[in-house]
Structures are given as structure tokens and as C-alpha cells.
Design a binder for this molecule. Structure first.
Ligand code: BGP
Length: 466
């Protein structure tokens, strides 16, 4: 195999709430996840990120492992309430220092930091004022972004504002399975609008402060395939593309919503409601790059009836994965598909197709694959973590990414999810993704998995051996 370009970044990703722990230490304020995960029955076996994998206290050890693996870039998120316990105003210097030390440690090992400003842990204080449904949260986000630029912008060149709006808005305001547990599509659309405004304000601030680097947005990349060739299923698939993809990508890459859908939501529910200047703000602040999180595709059918939303959070295969909107579309199991234990279809070709779809719709936008990985219960054989299925999964997806690059897509980096085993939001610690195993029975001791050594070699050979 040919080597990847020299400046291609081989990375790995995590997010603050899923690894850090220290949820109430050194002046950190509470986030909506600190509060939500403590409500009985909200997460798998009531797991939470109070301690997570204790990365906050073991940062040096974790970065040493990254360096040993040869990692070239590390994507992590900042906990907003660790920096601004009330969401705005008073700064918690101990929190600022934690990330400053992390960045310095990464750079000392030649690891390029990529920061995600928002990976779902909104300060609870802002939620209490209305959360993403009110404009004041978008303004607080700009203040938080400016703080991060001023403290880290001298050393960090890759920034993303938001991670996967479809997930935190969709689950927060439609299915109700994430905080703030609302079930109201109209409120979801308005909250999503404030997120786009917050993003645009943060991009504007980035340029005003003359930060030398690139700023982007991270979205789920989820190709949709019609189950049958019937006209009904085809239309349903187009609707899924419009709602789950175009609605989330157009505002940050084209600077406006898809017109037809916007006209429909405004006629139906009078949302999103624009404030004066919103149009221009979106139009003038599009992204330098787009981050793509790819795990699976969805198979789509028409949905004349109601959908019982059933999600698999226990890792028992075939225990349910259905989602849909009445009269629009529904996601169903592909009878020919290969699935993980959590009922996510493994479909590497979807990564090629997805990247090419983005290129076709948005032109030559630089892309990073900001997440991709296999959630599994890793086998331990004679004390070794033999996660061969993860190696197979990643290898097939690197192949798929390479195919898209060969067709001209400007993909600049690959960040498997995740560097280390961590908390899966609703699925606890049982669903593992990492190159590094964390022993929850033995004081959170770290152990290198088989995939650690495999990825080390992939990086060392620039993808030639995989
Ligand atoms: C993405 C999130 C990550 C991560 C990953 C795996 O949606 O950005 O934070 O959790 O999915 O999902 P899960 O943990 O549900 O398996």
C-alpha cells in the first residue's frame, strides 16, 4: 500500500466528561451531565463520569502512552464549567491550568492538539437559565470561546466549536434521553438555531482575535440507504438526508438552512425564529474545515405510523434500534447487515460514500475524520486484551477513507474513537472503544491492547502497513 501524505495527522479522540472525572474538584462547576447522570435510571446501571477514567489526575501518564503509540494529534474537549463554573463571569484558574498543562505536555511530545469547545457538558447554571433555547447561552458560549482562544490560542491551531449537534439536540430535545430530557421537535429546532448562532459568534471571535489556526464544526456523518426501491422508501430516505444531514451541515458550510425544509418548519411550528442579524452572522462565518464522526449507516423506510423509539444500551445484540418521525421516515435493521452488539451496522463503504457526498455538496472543504471506532466487549485472553475486531474495523475504515482521498477528497487526519476506554454516555463502561484498557477492578490501571501496537505500526509506516 502507498503511504499517506506526510502532513496527514494520525490521531485519536476523547471528550472531557467521558475521561476526566474530578467532577467537583479544584473549583469546577457542575455540568448538565453531572446532574443528569445522578438522576436514577437515566444511564446504563446508573453509571456516571464522577471519576470516569481519572484522566484529570493521570494526564501525564496518559500523554506518555499517546507518545509511546506515536500519536501525531490528540482531539480532546474542554469542560466549560471547569473554566467558567457559572458558565460566564468568574474564571476558575485551576481549570485553565489543567488544559494549559495538557497542551504543553502534548506539544513537548510533538502531538498536535485539536480542541473541541463543546462536547455536551453545558454548565448547569446556564441550563437553569434556559440552556440552548435562549440567546444568552449563545452569548455565554462566545465569552467562553474567547477565554479559550486567549489562553490557548498561542499554542493550539485546530479548533472545533461543537460536537454532533444532531446528538445532543436530538436526544436532549426529541427523544429525551440526554439532558434536558425534553420531547418537543419545535423546541429542538429553536435550540439548534441558538447552537448555530453560538458557533458563528465563536468563528467571528476567532477571526477578530486573529488566532492563527483553523476553526471548524464536528458533525455525525450518517449515510442513509433505502431498504427497498419503492418510491415511498426513496422519498423517506431523501427526507432523512435533509433532516439528519443537510439541516446540520448547510448552516455551517453554506451559511444558511436548506430553503425548502426551512419553509416547512417555519410554516408548521414557526421555528427557527431569527433575530435581526442572524442571517448575516451565519452567512459570514462559515467553517475552515468540517469534522466527520463516522460509525454506521442507517437503513430507511417510509413511516406512516408511530415509532416506538427503542435503543440498545445494554449490549445485548438485537435488543432494539429504531428511531423515526411519524409520516416522514424510520430507521430499521438491515436484514443483510453486519452489526455490533449495540446494533450499529458495520459498513465501511459508508465512509467513502459519506466523504464523497460531503465533497459533492460542499465543494473542496478540508475534512478530518474526527471519530470512528468500534464499541465492543473486548476479550481478555491470558491477561492480554485481544481486540482483533477493533483492528479489523479500523483497518477497513482506513481503506474506505483512502478510497475517498484517491477520488480527490481533502481528508487531513484520522482520529479513531477513542484513545482510551472511557464512559459511554448511556452505555456505561461496558462498551469499550480504546487502544488503552482501563481496569476498573484494579485502581483504573492502564494496559495496552493489541490494537495499541497495531495502530503504533500504522502510524510509524504512515498507513502503509495496516
Ligand atoms: C459519538 C460521541 C462520542 C462517543 C461516540 C460513541 O456520538 O461524540 O462522545 O460517545 O459517539 O458513542 P457511544 O458511547 O454511545 O457508543
Amino acid at each position: 500500500m502507498a503511504a499517506f501524505p506526510k502532513n496527514f495527522l494520525w490521531g485519536a479522540a476523547t471528550a472531557a466528561y467521558q475521561v476526566e472525572g474530578a467532577h467537583n474538584e479544584d473549583g469546577k462547576g457542575l455540568s448538565i451531565w453531572d446532574v443528569f447522570s445522578h438522576l436514577p435510571g437515566t444511564t446504563y446501571q446508573n453509571t456516571n463520569g464522577d471519576v470516569a477514567v481519572d484522566h484529570y489526575h493521570r494526564m501525564q501518564e496518559d500523554v506518555a502512552l499517546m507518545a509511546e503509540m506515536g500519536l501525531q494529534s490528540y482531539r480532546f474537549s474542554i469542560s466549560w464549567p471547569r473554566l467558567l463554573p457559572n458558565g460566564r463571569g468568574e474564571v476558575n484558574e485551576a481549570g485553565v491550568k489543567f488544559y494549559s498543562d495538557l497542551i504543553d505536555t502534548l506539544l513537548a511530545h510533538n502531538i498536535v492538539p485539536m480542541i473541541t469547545l463543546y462536547h455536551w457538558d453545558l454548565p448547569q447554571a446556564l441550563q437553569d437559565e434556559g440552556g440552548w433555547e435562549v440567546r444568552s447561552t449563545a452569548l455565554a458560549f462566545e465569552e467562553y470561546a474567547r477565554l479559550c482562544y486567549s489562553r490557548y490560542g498561542d499554542r493550539v491551531k485546530l479548533w472545533a466549536t461543537f460536537n454532533e449537534t444532531i446528538v445532543f439536540i436530538g436526544h436532549g430535545y426529541i427523544t429525551g434521553s440526554h439532558p434536558p430530557s425534553v420531547r418537543d421537535p419545535a423546541r429542538a429546532i429553536q435550540a439548534c438555531h441558538q447552537v448555530f448562532i453560538a458557533h458563528a459568534l465563536a468563528v467571528k471571535a476567532f477571526h477578530e482575535m486573529n488566532i492563527q489556526g483553523d476553526i471548524g464544526f464536528v458533525n455525525v456523518l450518517q449515510p442513509h440507504t433505502a431498504l427497498t426501491s419503492s418510491p415511498e422508501d426513496r422519498i423517506a430516505t431523501e427526507l432523512a438526508d435533509a433532516i439528519h444531514t443537510h439541516w446540520l451541515y448547510d448552516p455551517v458550510l453554506k451559511g444558511h438552512y436548506p430553503e425548502a425544509l426551512l419553509a416547512q418548519t417555519q410554516a408548521l411550528w414557526d421555528v427557527p425564529r431569527f433575530e435581526p442579524g442572524d442571517d448575516e452572522l451565519l452567512r459570514n462565518n462559515i467553517c475552515d474545515f468540517i469534522g466527520l464522526n463516522y460509525y454506521r449507516r442507517e437503513t430507511v423506510v417510509a413511516n406512516p405510523g408511530d415509532t416506538q423509539i427503542a435503543s440498545n444500551h445494554n449490549g445485548e445484540p438485537n435488543s432494539g434500534a429504531e428511531f423515526g418521525f411519524k409520516d416522514l421516515f424510520k430507521f430499521v435493521r438491515n436484514p443483510d447487515g453486519v452489526y455490533t452488539d449495540w446494533d450499529w451496522e458495520i459498513w465501511p463503504q459508508g465512509l467513502t460514500d459519506g466523504i464523497m457526498m460531503i465533497k459533492e455538496r460542499y465543494g473542496d472543504i478540508p475534512m478530518y475524520i474526527t471519530e470512528n471506532g468500534l464499541g465492543a466487549k473486548d476479550p481478555i485472553i491470558d491477561g492480554e486484551i485481544v481486540d482483533q475486531p477493533r483492528i479489523d474495523y479500523l483497518q477497513m475504515h482506513i481503506d474506505a477513507m483512502e478510497k475517498a482521498m484517491a477520488q480527490g477528497a481533502d481528508v487531513r487526519g484520522y482520529y479513531p474513537w477513542s484513545f482510551i476506554d472511557l464512559l459511554s454516555w448511556l452505555n456505561g463502561y461496558k462498551k469499550q472503544y480504546g487502544f488503552v484498557y482501563v481496569d476498573h477492578q484494579q485502581n483504573l490501571t492502564r494496559k495496552r491492547k493489541k490494537s495499541f501496537f497495531w495502530y503504533q505500526n500504522v502510524i510509524a509506516t504512515r498507513g502503509q502497513q495496516r
